[in-house]
Design a protein around this ligand. Sequence first.
Ligand SMILES: [Zn+2]
Length: 338
Amino acid sequence: MKKVWAFCKKHKILVITVSVVLSLVIVFSCLGALVFTRYSEGVLPTAEDLKSAVTYERVLVIGVDGAGNYFPQVNTPNIDRIFGEGSVNYNALSQYPTTSAHNWTSMFHGVRYQKHGVNNFVAEKKKYSKNKYPSVFKVCAEKYPDAKMISAAAWNPINYGIMEDLDNLIKFSGPLKHKDDKYLTKGDVDMKEAFISEIESGTSPKIAFMYFAQVDEFGHDKGKKAQYWEAIERVDGYIGEVYDEYVAKGWEKDTLFLLVTDHGHRTLGGHGGNSKTERTVTIAVAGAKGNIIKGQPAGKAVTQDVASIILYGLGIEQPESWESRVPYGIFNTLPLSA
Ligand SMILES: [Zn+2]
């Protein structure tokens, strides 16, 4: 302690400068989180809305970490064939700060980051504990106690700190450290294979989440260079394989498909800020029951709204504690504007 005090006395100006800068960073982060908070608009489905809803037997959510709204910039034949007739929002909004756990938690627990409080550090170290804001998996398990569900994600915090441990939820997770698989390219293949094997073994998941990590890993390390765009194209191939498994089971007729991203990347790589490219994300919805409006929806959509879309697709009422809404302009069975 004495040594610290002596150091501070000797380097007074340095210590004062560092303290001021740190305080400013904290103050601006808090202000930023408030200023850039994105509230949901859209529809809170009533009991009547749910009664008249066109519902699906199951939901498959495909997550591509760090892919922003860039799919049209590369060759994605599988995304095109799955979502070509669907509602494809390339102007949806991320949570602020634009980081991963903030958004994946919002998407599955129906609230903003300010409510769930799960950032990357928390998701890595701590099991999800905000019982007040249950995930779509937990809500679904209460309604359908015998239902099976799957969450497959090579980025470990998804299944460790974001999704609850539930008897109904089969988890496939990558290791916390992945030095020998720097970009999680092997991890993504392992998860995709595990997911497909589980379905081939007879599991019919009511809700399934197939998450891909490598696009974000390349974005961080390389920026938006060739390897980043190639990663998106490679993941598109995996998405095709997963979709084909659903087709092989005859499930494409009664499955609601979602494609979601959590944030984009700056040109040189990295995210967390409020630039348009970091905060603009994709929420695409497709299904073969004639209730989805093709094209870019006009309504505002934020990542937490994914939770409402999933439950509405299954005809399940969302928890009162959630803030999320079904964005206007996705389903023709709900009001199209306020
Ligand atoms: Zn991310």
